[in-house]
Design a protein around this ligand. Structure first.
Ligand code: GLY
Length: 405
């Protein structure tokens, strides 16, 4: 942890750090950079928006483990461990709660295929030294009585928690403002480059903003900024996710909650999750669609989510549906983020967080602030250097990926 930020002196003129993108990744980068005594500014027409407006906020390092992602697991776990201190620090800095809830997660199976899938996941978790307990269907229903009678078994993961991404974004916004970060509420039109170095950005309105260093944290849009040399553009693409928000019934004091923890499943191959919040919201997600830049909420997407959720928790259809939305996960070729200095001097990347943007927010802020203040990424973030996607960099930076059995 770093000492509390001494507010950096706001300056429109020439900040040490200019962050393109005011989603949670851009905001945490600016906030942590200001905490290191750097002057910082953020360019975004609507700071506090982005994919976090849609995200469910699961901190699911263990239940979202996938084959071949052992290196990413290390970063995910490092960030999950940081969440309690990060929450305390951010809530203190912003004066606002962020909905961090240590509720744990239950991943369940509805049929023999799902059960086989969960058994595989359990074996991988065990080999990776992670805490996860196999439960029978009956044990699952004892924990969560609203589950369908047909649930065949599940994994209890008490270490996978949740946070409210919308509260996280607004708290980061306030913390940035209080730390002296300057906001330019416009689109960044192009990166300016001079003498082989990034020197700032030109805004859509034509104004030039020079800066000591530039951070490209534009989520899925990061790969499209004009002025960034082709070889330096991050290889990120959007992966659409549709999400529903329902309203939980108010339960009489002393009676069990509708759901007490995050419940997830893979239904007919589609990952599904239900995240109950203390404020009475139930977030239900998410589709995963390669649809380019489309963020339409479709009847089919809503139908599939509700159909699968109804199989898992039949009582779901009684709840008021209060919101439907769709967002874009910024996705890199290996599903892991790109963090730190790019091949263009003066330009850093903080993008490509895919399914883990909310989870990786604390560790991203720390890693980016270290890189901006010292020029070096901390050890834990080095495997995520953008250099892995350049021919020479990949050779230099290669880390052996553990081969799960
Ligand atoms: N991490 C959950 C999702 O991306 O849908």
């Amino acid at each position: 942890m770093h000492p509390p930020a001494t507010p950096s002196v706001p300056t429109r003129g020439h900040p040490d750090v200019l962050v393109i993108g005011g989603g949670i990744i851009g905001l945490v980068t600016a906030w942590r950079a200001a905490g290191r005594g750097l002057t910082a500014a953020v360019v975004d027409p609507a700071p506090g928006g982005g994919a976090a407006r849609v995200a469910a906020g699961m901190l699911a390092a263990v239940t979202e483990l996938h084959y071949g992602e052992q290196t990413l697991l290390g970063l995910n776990l490092a960030s999950a461990r940081r969440y309690p201190d990060f929450t305390a620090e951010l809530e203190e800095a912003s004066g606002q709660r962020i909905g961090y809830r240590r509720c744990g997660t239950l991943a369940v199976a509805l049929d023999a295929d799902d059960r086989a899938h969960l058994r595989e996941l359990h074996a991988l978790q065990t080999r990776s030294g992670l805490d996860s307990q196999w439960l029978s269907g009956r044990e699952c229903r004892r924990l969560e009585p609203m589950l369908a009678p047909g649930v065949r078994g599940g994994l209890r993961v008490d270490g996978d928690h949740q946070v409210d991404p919308r509260l996280l974004a607004s708290a980061l916004l306030i913390a940035c403002e209080r730390a002296g970060v300057v906001f330019h509420q416009e689109w960044a039109e192009r990166l300016t480059v001079d003498g082989g170095r990034a020197t700032g950005v030109e805004l859509a309105g034509g104004e030039g903003l020079p800066a000591g260093q530039v951070v490209l944290a534009g989520g899925s849009w990061s790969g499209r900024l004009t002025g960034v040399p082709e070889a330096v553009l991050p290889p990120v693409r959007p992966v659409k996710g549709q999400v529903l928000r329902l309203r939980l019934p108010r339960m009489p004091a002393g009676s069990p909650a509708f759901l007490s923890r995050t419940v997830r499943a893979v239904v007919r191959g589609n990952p599904l999750y239900l995240v109950p919040r203390e404020n009475g919201e139930l977030v239900l997600g998410a589709t995963s669609e390669e649809q380019g830049w489309d963020t339409t909420v479709t009847a089919g997407g809503v139908y599939e989510l509700l159909r699968d959720a109804h199989e898992l928790v039949p009582g779901i259809t009684e709840l008021p549906l209060v919101e439907t939305c769709a967002g874009l996960r910024p996705t890199s070729p290996d599903n892991a983020p790109l963090l730190g200095p790019s091949a263009l001097p003066g330009l850093h990347l903080a993008t490509g967080h895919f399914r883990n943007g909310v989870l990786l927010t604390p560790v991203t802020g720390d890693a980016m602030a270290e890189a901006l203040a010292t020029g070096r990424l901390p050890e834990e973030a080095r495997p995520f250097s953008p250099a892995r996607f350049t021919a020479q960099g990949a050779e230099r930076a290669r880390v052996p990926e553990e081969q799960p059995v």
